[in-house]
Design a protein around this ligand. Structure first.
Ligand SMILES: [Zn+2]
Length: 291
């Protein structure tokens, strides 16, 4: 599970309505800086990545600040090639606050980053995984708005979880970690893992009620697609068939070219996505104890 992440539940529709207005992104960035610096007070600096339309407001030291800017720029550029190919249509604001200011915003000590759809604002005390996770939410949100769609939690969190454990090398994304596997294996042993059909159809509330397991299962379905080289095809198929099926089941069936019963994760001793994934990973198979 990604304990360090929260997104708000604002429906996309409100932002869709806003996005129909013609927006001067340079003027918008200047206004965001003025308001945010005014609110946060002394000790904050602002930078704009004008090409990618990312506004940064930071209280961290200059070295960490520029590292974060380079990191997010690299992920933005990589995603432009890979999955979220739509350019950002409104500025994304990234705030790197002091710990004290962050705690005023987010009292829950387990949450290291948040993304708010309402104002496209990311606030993070993480400079790595959680920061990337929230940034992926921002890019994915932009993509959904451009399609006038609202994707289910398993796709939103599955993609953020997949890419949070990645790095960009020579312009290409490499998926690095195998976090969360032990959670799934434990659930499999106890026969508590969710079937794929159930996972895909879950409400956000139900997903979050069993967050630790659901985040991991969603991530592994995305990792499975990625290892097959079919993640983009799945995502494009999903967006194309959104009007027919919002759960993503049809897109999985169409992408993998077999019925759901053959893809199905995880009941008893049946062939599972996880088992198939472990087979695909070959010598890079993670240890059973890895989490
Ligand atoms: Zn998330």
């Amino acid at each position: 599970m990604n304990a360090g992440d929260r997104t708000d539940g604002t429906p996309n529709q409100s932002v869709v309505l806003q996005s129909k207005k013609k927006v001067d992104l340079g003027a918008e960035a200047a206004a965001i800086i003025k308001t945010t610096l005014g609110r946060l007070g002394e000790g904050y600096k602002a930078e704009v990545d004008a090409r990618r339309h990312i506004v940064y407001v930071s209280a961290v030291d200059a070295k960490a600040f520029s590292r974060v800017m380079r990191l997010l720029a690299a992920h933005y550029d990589a995603q432009q090639q890979l999955l979220f190919t739509e350019p950002v249509r409104r500025n994304v604001t990234v705030i790197l606050p002091t710990l004290q200011d962050y705690r005023k915003l987010v009292p829950n000590a387990k949450v290291h980053g948040i993304y708010s759809k309402r104002n496209r604002m990311l606030v993070s005390i993480s400079f790595s995984n959680v920061l990337i996770h929230e940034f992926i939410h921002a890019l994915h949100h932009n993509d959904q708005i451009s399609m006038n769609q609202e994707h289910p939690t398993w796709i939103v969190e599955g993609l953020a979880m997949l890419f949070q454990g990645s790095r960009v090398k020579n312009g290409k994304l490499e998926i690095l970690t195998h976090a969360g596997l032990s959670v799934i294996q434990e659930a499999l042993k106890k026969e508590k893992a969710h079937s794929l059909a159930h996972l895909c159809a879950m409400t956000p509330r139900a997903f979050m009620r069993d967050a630790r397991l659901c985040y991991s299962q969603a991530r592994y379905v995305m990792l499975y697609l990625h290892r097959l080289g079919k993640l983009r095809r799945f995502y494009e198929t999903y967006k194309f068939s959104y009007a027919v099926d919002r759960t993503g089941i049809k897109a999985l069936v169409d992408t993998l070219g077999k019925p759901l019963e053959e893809i199905e994760v995880i009941r008893g001793g049946r062939t599972t996505v996880i088992k198939q994934l472990l087979g695909l990973m070959g010598k890079h198979r993670p240890k059973l104890s890895e989490s």
